[in-house]
Ligand binder design. Sequence first.
Ligand code: CFM
Ligand code: HCA
Length: 518
Amino acid sequence: TQDSIAEIIGAYPKKVARKRSKHIVVRDPSIPEQEINANARTTPGIITQRGCAFAGCKGVVVGPFGDCVHIVHGPIGCSYYSWLTRRNQFKPREDGKEFLHYCFSTDLNEHDVVFGGVNKLKQAVQEAYDIFQPKSITVHSTCPVGLIGDDIQGAAREMTQKLGLPVVAFNCEGYKGVSQSAGHHIANNGFFKHWIGNDTETEEIEGFTVNLMGEYNIGGDSWEIERVLEKCGIKVVSTFSGDASYDDAIKAHLAKVNLVMCHRSINYMASMMEEKYGTPWMKVNFIGVHAFAKSLRKIAKFFDDPALIQRVEDVIVEELAIAEAQLTQYRKRLEGKTVFLFVGGSRAHHYQELFADLGMKTIVAGYEFAHRDDYEGRQALPKIKVDADSRNIEELDVERDSERYNPPSDAEMERLRNEKIMNDYKGMMPDMGEGTLLVDNISHHELDVLIKRFKPDLIGSGIKDKYVIEKFGVPCKQLHNYDYGGPFAGFRGAVNFAKDVDLRVNSPTWQYIKAPWD
Ligand code: CFM
Ligand code: HCA
């Protein structure tokens, strides 16, 4: 492992080598708080897998709301190239509103860049409203809009007044921050300011109510999660933003607890809701059968209701038996195989549990854009220096809602704290075995070196490097869009995944592949 690091670093100029070496860590559990650098600028010239703030805001967090119209204020390319690429799925509700498959853009051109695009934007909002009558309209600015300074917030306020429905503008110009992570924060802020709590009629929702936070229904994941939660008697009030609807979102403050799946993209919302409404949050992972069972038990523990606890146990026994019966055959063929994982800001951690269910070992892993807390756990938060790139993104001042602040009782909070189930995320690091490698924001060159040295049986990654990996004769499983398969979450999802991974890893095809550069 040390040789690989030396080879990686050796190819870089001195300054870059120094910088990159802080993003590459050999896991050593004997070091109490092992550190890794993350969420830093990519050195120009290095090929990265990262995206931009616009991708994180419009593409990831906001876009999946299917009964809203999302207008991209910018040149047509930003809209076109982000159109339906993420496989977040949506079923229309009774009102039939469903706009997910459209691509809305103001098609900013040279004339607008010179004279300003605000009027065109207002026209687009009006037109979208007249034709579709969506539940809400969102506006997303791309790089040139930020540069010419169009007042999209002013336009949104004006159109909200005029149309009587929330028009929310997001200043998510692509160049903000160092990756799509900045866009998540911007999206969280916009939703928190303009949507959460808009339902002032409903006072209470009966039962064991939760919000699914940071679950985006890629390949139908949230449908499988909800199937099982419902079977246990747990009610999902809203999801940010898988199969998401505006009417559900504005009730989010009424749920008793926020279940945080992807910590990276939604932790801001979880913290802000806690401050304003007193809603506690807990980290969960629905990827992998044992991880799912563990998360279900954690949710039951939160509500501390004997009937619910029993029901959850019954569901786990039933679902696990069905899943295990099918997983066994795949495990026989996959046991002992090795995996690299380079995905986004949470899946490189979550999927390790599913691979473990299949007997496969993750030997190298890293995020594209996660922060140190996603690696080291939230205890790293006070140690993170806020740099100019992060300062660029607004931190909202959140105050307690005097009427709707409704936390668990003091005694309940005390119990939850003692049981250590609330408001914490331990990150990827503690789950990585001794001697494994963590590589943050991996570059193309680093990936090449690691493939040649470790020859993994599978790499979980994305479209930007999938075919480079496969030309090496190593199968790549896309863990972003699932290679159009899925769901992979929950019990049934794990079985789908096992089948898919077996087909890839054990295909005889790979031995016939000769890399073009050889
Ligand atoms: Fe969270 Fe996501 Fe991810 Fe993410 Fe993404 Fe995604 Fe991802 Mo692609 S919100 S951080 S910005 S789990 S789109 S659904 S797959 S990189 S690991
Ligand atoms: C994004 C979206 C993406 C890209 C996937 C990939 C997704 O980052 O803008 O690189 O394969 O999940 O669709 O992460």
